[in-house]
Each structure stands twice: as structure tokens, then as C-alpha cells.
Design a protein around this ligand. Structure first.
Ligand code: SAM
Ligand code: SF4
Length: 347
């Protein structure tokens, strides 16, 4: 276990005193924390083939990540999602989960979750469940091992599937996330959805977002989920349901499979008016909007020796300036809307 921070005492009552409310009246209650920019895969829509990763000194230590995340919890954050890069490749990441799980025990936090590519889930699923994680998102864009190797530039699909099985066996709810790609997986999306639903997993489809330079032109790969939905409705009955997980997905039930299907549509329908999320990168940069260049350097704040009040002030200042919305347009998506990759910001 890592050393504790002054936020250990944060009680739900204290946390509710002064919630984080931005300049547009939205309460920020959900923090995504990217714990590393590194990854064991190189998905074509996410990273370029030859990425330059950050030097270690620039990356927050696990204690620093805990300190900032815990400050958010003390300020009313009810949901933490650990992401990356690939979070499970960060050395010692289970110590961070163990430490953060104290906020679940105290009742200050409703949920501690994880987004992973699944390659190391077999190893960690039981520990995650033991530490209070109830749900994990696993990104998997295809059921075809050869296509998976191409899309991830070398990934092994059986490892991911074994990770999903291990997570289910450990009692975790698993949601499968897939980015909808016109050429690479559009035709097999129904099979992927049926596969997930047959295992009792929810499934979410995501529109490719213009984040960071990659080798391919994203306009070639972009697939509107409006069109995907229309296609699915030609042979399935999709009924809108009120289910929400705190994120941007809007859900339907597929009557024929009995499973839930979510759509994350940042381009064809933006959801900024109800945005409750901010993102912390592994370098301690707080991004209050995924699709804007806004950034607050919380690493500089804590490494300059700020006390907890100073850190809270810096967080409040950043939240106050949260932009009203992003500015993604697919017709401009040949060039990225923001320069940083999704693996830097944390999905
Ligand atoms: N490595 C983990 C994973 O793949 O789940 C966590 C980080 S990854 C950046 C989080 C999610 O972002 C994944 O579901 C991935 O498919 C998605 N993603 C990455 N780049 C994206 C992009 N340009 N547009 C839309 N989704 C993207
Ligand atoms: Fe790695 Fe996740 Fe990006 Fe794929 S989507 S390259 S698994 S960070």
C-alpha cells in the first residue's frame, strides 16, 4: 500500500460541502485519471506506430496521482476511472487501486473503475475485484485475431479474451468498447455486439475522434453511429432505455439479444451540455474538455510544494474555466482537433 495523503479523512458529508461546479452550472463529479502514456498495443486510430513516450521524471508518481485524485474525491468526485495509455502496464498500479479503494470503504466514492485493453486483465482481475472494482471497460474492436493484430499493430486477441473471461469469473461486470471504423470493423459490428451480449457484457460503440497525429486520415475511417444504428435497426429492435453509467453513452436494449448497447457520439451528436467529467493526465495536467486545448498544470502546483488548500484552489480555478463544449467536426478531422493523443488524455 502507498503512503496515505491528508485526504484520508474525506467523508461524504465533507465532500458534499462545496462541490465542483463549473462556469456553466455543471457539477463535476467524475474524474478520469490516466496513469501512464505507455501501452503494449498501438491501435491505429489512437497512436502512431512510433510513439515517443514521456521521460519518467515527467510522469506523476503513484503517490502524486493518489494525492490529486483524493483531492477531487474530497471535492465531491463520486466516480474515478483509471485509464491510460494502458493502465495495467504501469508498474505498481495495483498499489494505487489499493490506496484509492479507501474512498470506497469510507463512502466518499461511489465507484472506482478501469478502462483497459485487456491484455493483462487475466493477471489482475481477481485483485481488482478484491479491491472493490465492480466494473471494467475492455476495448476490443474485432473478433478476428488477424484483424486484431493489424488494428493494434501486433496485439494477441486470445490474451484479451482470456482477460475478459477472467474478469467475468472474478465477478466483475465487463463492458466491451469498440471504435466504429468504416473499413475495419463496420461489417462485423453485429457479431461483436451479439458476442458481448451472449457473455452478459454490455457493449458500447464509439465514434473515432480527431485526437493526435496518426498515420491514417481519420475521415477515411469515420463512421457515423447514426448510420450504424440505422443498419442495426434493419434487423434488430433497439429500444431506448434510461440506463446511464455516468459517462456520455446513451443506451438501447437490443430485444433480440437481451443486452444493452451504448452509443458514444461526440461528432454526430455532442453531449457537452450534460458533461460531468474532467481528465487528469499522467503528467498531472488537468484537461476539463477532451476536445479543447485547455490545460492546468497540477504537477507544477504540487511539485512547487503547495499544501492541500493550494491544490484545491488550483483545481477550483481550472473547473471554473471548463469550456462549454468541444469543437469536433468530421469534415475537419483529417487534421486533429487537438494535438494530444487519446492515450495521453486518457479515454
Ligand atoms: N488502453 C486502454 C484501452 O484501450 O481501453 C485505455 C486507454 S484508451 C485511450 C481508451 C479508449 O479510447 C479505448 O476504448 C479506445 O478505443 C478509445 N480511443 C482511442 N483513440 C480514440 C480516438 N481517436 N477516437 C475515439 N476513441 C479512441
Ligand atoms: Fe493502447 Fe488503448 Fe490506445 Fe489501443 S486505444 S493504443 S490499447 S491506449
Amino acid at each position: 500500500m502507498l503512503s496515505m495523503t491528508p485526504y484520508d479523512a474525506a467523508s461524504p458529508q465533507e465532500a458534499r460541502v462545496q462541490p465542483l461546479i463549473d462556469g456553466f452550472g455543471r457539477t463535476v463529479s467524475y474524474l478520469r485519471v490516466s496513469v501512464t502514456d505507455r501501452c503494449d498495443l498501438r491501435c491505429v486510430y489512437c497512436m502512431s506506430e512510433h510513439m515517443t513516450f514521456l521521460p519518467k521524471a515527467e510522469v506523476l508518481t503513484l503517490e502524486e496521482l493518489d494525492r490529486i485524485a483524493s483531492a477531487f474525491v474530497a471535492l465531491g468526485t463520486r466516480k474515478l476511472r483509471i485509464t491510460g495509455g494502458e493502465p495495467l502496464v504501469r508498474k505498481g498500479v495495483m498499489g494505487l487501486f489499493e490506496n484509492l479503494s479507501r474512498h470506497l470503504k469510507s463512502g466518499a466514492l461511489d465507484e472506482l473503475t478501469l478502462t483497459t485493453n485487456g491484455t493483462r486483465l487475466e493477471e489482475f482481475a481477481a485483485d481488482l475485484a478484491r479491491l472493490g472494482v465492480r466494473r471494467v471497460n475492455v476495448s476490443m474492436d474485432t473478433l478476428d485475431p488477424a484483424k486484431f493484430r493489424v488494428l493494434t499493430r501486433g496485439g494477441q486477441l486470445p490474451k484479451v479474451m482470456a482477460g475478459i473471461d477472467a474478469a467475468l469469473a472474478a465477478g466483475l461486470s465487463v463492458k466491451i468498447n469498440a471504435v466504429a471504423l468504416k473499413d475495419d470493423n463496420a461489417a462485423e459490428l453485429p457479431d461483436l455486439i451479439a458476442w458481448a451480449h451472449a457473455r452478459g457484457c454490455d457493449m458500447t460503440l464509439i465514434e473515432a475522434m480527431p485526437l493526435g497525429e496518426i498515420e491514417v486520415d481519420r475521415t477515411d475511417q469515420f463512421l457515423s453511429l447514426k448510420d450504424v444504428r440505422r443498419g442495426l435497426e434493419s434487423f434488430w429492435t433497439l429500444n431506448e432505455i434510461a440506463h446511464r453509467t455516468g459517462g456520455p453513452a446513451r443506451y438501447v436494449r437490443v430485444e433480440e439479444t437481451g443486452g444493452r448497447l451504448g452509443f458514444i457520439t461526440p461528432l454526430s451528436h455532442n453531449f457537452c451540455e450534460s458533461c460531468n467529467r474532467v481528465r487528469l493526465t499522467c503528467t498531472g495536467t488537468l484537461h476539463t474538455c477532451l476536445g479543447r486545448e485547455d490545460a492546468s498544470d497540477l504537477r507544477a502546483v504540487i511539485r512547487a510544494g503547495a499544501d492541500d488548500a493550494g491544490l484545491v484552489d488550483a483545481i477550483r480555478l481550472a473547473i471554473d474555466a471548463k469550456p462549454q463544449g468541444h469543437d469536433f467536426h468530421i469534415e475537419r478531422a483529417a487534421a486533429p482537433a487537438v494535438a494530444r493523443h487519446m492515450s495521453t488524455t486518457g479515454g
